[in-house]
Write a protein that binds this ligand. Structure first.
Ligand code: SAM
Ligand code: SF4
Length: 345
């Protein structure tokens, strides 16, 4: 089909969102709710003030907004949160967005989840064209899991992983590297994930939002962790890309892929192709900056998409070069006040 479009010349005229640095914005992450059934220590404080439900975009509005981005050339869409699978009626949104997969306008519809609801939803996700998902698991020790997530239950999440595998979904496990918490467990997690044909990606903690603890106590540079892993495993750099910011190695001993997301030790902004919208329709052009554009007002102001498309294009025209994350004793406060759960990981 692409070839036919190319030959007709139409392909070249398709809309694209290009930022001031020439980067093509083709990836939209959508936080469908800021709420969550866990309270991970690096992500949230135990007592959180969530957005009033009345401020949220409806599922129909979220669909319209995503569709406006797809019409502007977004090819990959990731639902996230908060916990996307706790948003009431979420499968209605997944189902309606899947029409863009059928037309080929959208190449991939995926989500990032804590896995707690996967037993319930894995089959439906697969049925609606979701092919792969990210599941966040920081440890395989049930007590540690409880300590990290405060409210989570490892067994339930592992049942969810099994259900997703049975439904035919490819899974990538995301683990935030936490100093002195899961630091020495990564080899075991790697062996477990690769043994089940799942990729594993490690993430550095980012200074977003006030949490109850001190981030300098949690922060583990992945350069250090990689060096530790290299003593035990043979890590071969590979050019594999999923559209996200991770860089990958192949682990010779397991044959599996290991990804590193290193916003602190190695800034990856030069190739950033992503923007994010919150569940209230605020567009953040960068995860680590405060500039944002309200898309809810133009969305609601007109039944046609002209106004909102114009607002999207103007905002992309201000996409900043990159973030300025730093974590050390001198910079022990969030780079941005909002929590990760607002803009989504
Ligand atoms: N609730 C879902 C989950 O946990 O997968 C989706 C949203 S969560 C905000 C997305 C990802 O962001 C998770 O992998 C989580 O571990 C990660 N995350 C949350 N807060 C973070 C922080 N301050 N620094 C780095 N990663 C963070
Ligand atoms: Fe919830 Fe995900 Fe944040 Fe954990 S990381 S509190 S599961 S949104």
């Amino acid at each position: 089909m692409l070839e036919a479009l190319r030959q007709s010349g139409h392909y070249l005229r398709m809309a694209q969102l290009i930022d001031p640095f020439g980067r093509h914005v083709s990836y939209l992450r959508v936080s469908v709710t800021d709420r969550c059934d866990f309270r991970c220590v690096y992500c949230m404080a135990e007592n959180m003030n969530f957005l009033p439900k009345a401020d949220l975009l409806t599922l129909e509005e979220l669909d319209r907004l995503c569709s406006a981005f797809i019409a502007q050339g977004v090819k990959k869409l990731r639902l996230t949160g908060g916990e996307p699978l706790v948003r009431k009626g979420i499968m209605t949104l997944v189902e309606s967005l899947s029409r863009h997969l059928k037309t080929g306008a959208l190449e991939e519809l995926t989500l990032t989840t804590n896995g707690s609801q996967l037993v319930k939803y894995a089959k439906d996700l697969a049925r609606h064209g979701v092919k792969r998902i990210n599941v966040s698991i920081d440890t395989l020790d049930a007590d540690k899991f409880k300590a990290i997530t405060r409210w989570g239950e490892l067994a339930k999440v592992l049942d969810g992983v099994k259900a997703a595998q049975d439904a035919g979904l490819a899974i990538k496990i995301n683990a935030v590297a936490l100093k002195g918490v899961n630091e020495f467990e990564i080899p075991a997690m790697l062996t477990w994930a690769h043994g089940q044909k799942m990729d594993l990606t490690l993430i550095e903690t980012m200074p977003m939002g006030d949490i109850d603890g001190d981030r300098t106590d949690q922060y583990l540079p992945l350069s250090q962790l990689r060096a530790q892993l290299a003593e035990q495993f043979t890590l071969q750099d590979i050019p594999y890309k999923t559209g996200g910011p991770a860089s990958y190695v192949r682990v010779a001993e397991t044959g599996g892929r290991l990804g590193f997301i290193t916003p602190l030790t190695h800034n990856f902004c030069e190739s950033c192709n992503r923007v994010r919208i919150t569940c209230t329709g605020t567009l953040y052009m960068c995860l680590g900056q405060n500039d944002a554009a309200d898309l809810r007002a133009p969305l609601r102001a007109s039944e046609s998409d002209g106004l909102v498309t114009q607002a999207i294009m103007e905002a992309i025209g201000r996409k900043p070069k990159g973030h300025d994350f730093i974590i050390d004793r001198d910079h022990n406060r969030p780079a941005v006040a909002r929590h990760m759960s607002v803009t989504g990981g």
